[in-house]
Design a protein around this ligand. Sequence first.
Ligand SMILES: [Fe+2]
Length: 454
Amino acid sequence: MTEYVKISTSAESEELKYMSGFGNHFESEHPEFPGSLPKGQNNPQRCPYGLYAEQLSGSAFTAPRVNNKRSYLYRVRPSVMHYPFQRADEELEDLIASIEEKEPTPPTQLRWKPFKLPEKCGNNQNFVQGLRRVCGAGDPKTRSGACVYIYSFNQPMIDSAFYNSDGDFLIVPQMGILKITTEFGKMEVRPNEIVVIQMGMKFRVDSEGTCRGYVLEVFDDHFALPDLGPIGSNGLANPQDFMSPVAAFEDVPNAHFEVFNKFQGHFFKTHQDHSCFNVVAWRGNYSPFKYDLSRFCVINSVSFDHIDPSIFTVLTCQSNRVGAAIADFVIFPPRWAVAENTFRPPYYHRNCMSEFMGLIHGAYEAKGDGFQPGGASLHSMMTAHGPDAGCFEAASSQSPLLPQRVADDTMSFMFESSLSMSCTQWALDTCEVLDQNYYKCWQSLKSHFTPGQI
Ligand SMILES: [Fe+2]
């Protein structure tokens, strides 16, 4: 076998190519191997160039056509060539320690200052080693639930890959550019972009510097675009702005290549004698994708009152209860606020959902200070939340109420779940950035109650 290496492990400045569309049926061949996709069929007796055909199924074979997801990968060696799995307790010690839940989780409003970077923790760690679970609910064994993680890392994943057998990862970079290699090709993902790597897809994350960000994991189903109802056929996240990679591969025989796996909530590793990034061509509608949040077409009130934040949903993972999401990914992008005679910031709220918020950059409009990029907040089920005292006073006395820009140079987001999330011991104690004074931001809200005056 000729050695063939097209994917570099070092940083590259080349312009990466992508294919546009959400859930499209794509076809991609490495340009130096034309005809590597079988013509007219998926599984010929012998594949072009002597490749192996391997199907990756992201849905049940019998799922309705609209939900049916699968891709055929044409690879140098099949994925089955690996050694038995072992627990990855040693390599992922801190990650595994972080997934322990703390019972009970207090219903108090929770806010975290920016999560520590590896240098502050005294760690050198890669993307997988740098994952820490903040909160979660459900059980991957019954394929229902969601978890939220923070990642921070400063090391590349050398000769290794990771895949998740429990669900999909939606990754929100906050600091640092992620250089992601997948079986389907390469992606570069910057802060203000997101990337979704679905169940079973092997990937590696490298970077030129320190990185930090957020991860939403869902067990139930794949992320989908929300229905638009009366909005019509355009708006919010448009399908053409989702980008899947083109085929790229490396053929490194006799390598020692490690593959880490999350399975039934536990972490395992195996090794094999070749790189898993050996897919020369692929076709199908099950592929990783990225999305630039600045492409989001914001819809909002142009008359009066506050529209519910569901209007900002980028992607949703639906539960079996109609309209209730296992998790929505919601953003609060730069926009105009024009509603008249309206308290324009987010309303005071108690919700039958868990609301985890993060800040990529800038300053969130409902919290003057304390909510910082790289930090987070969690407002649990039926826990009251809303604008802080300064925000309320300013927004309720603003006059005249002219059209104004909101959230310029800012991108905050929310993972909103119909599940009741439990926090981990790490989030409540070990991470050391829990803000013990969060509740104080509401304590100076005054009574404006004036009997006899309407
Ligand atoms: Fe809320």
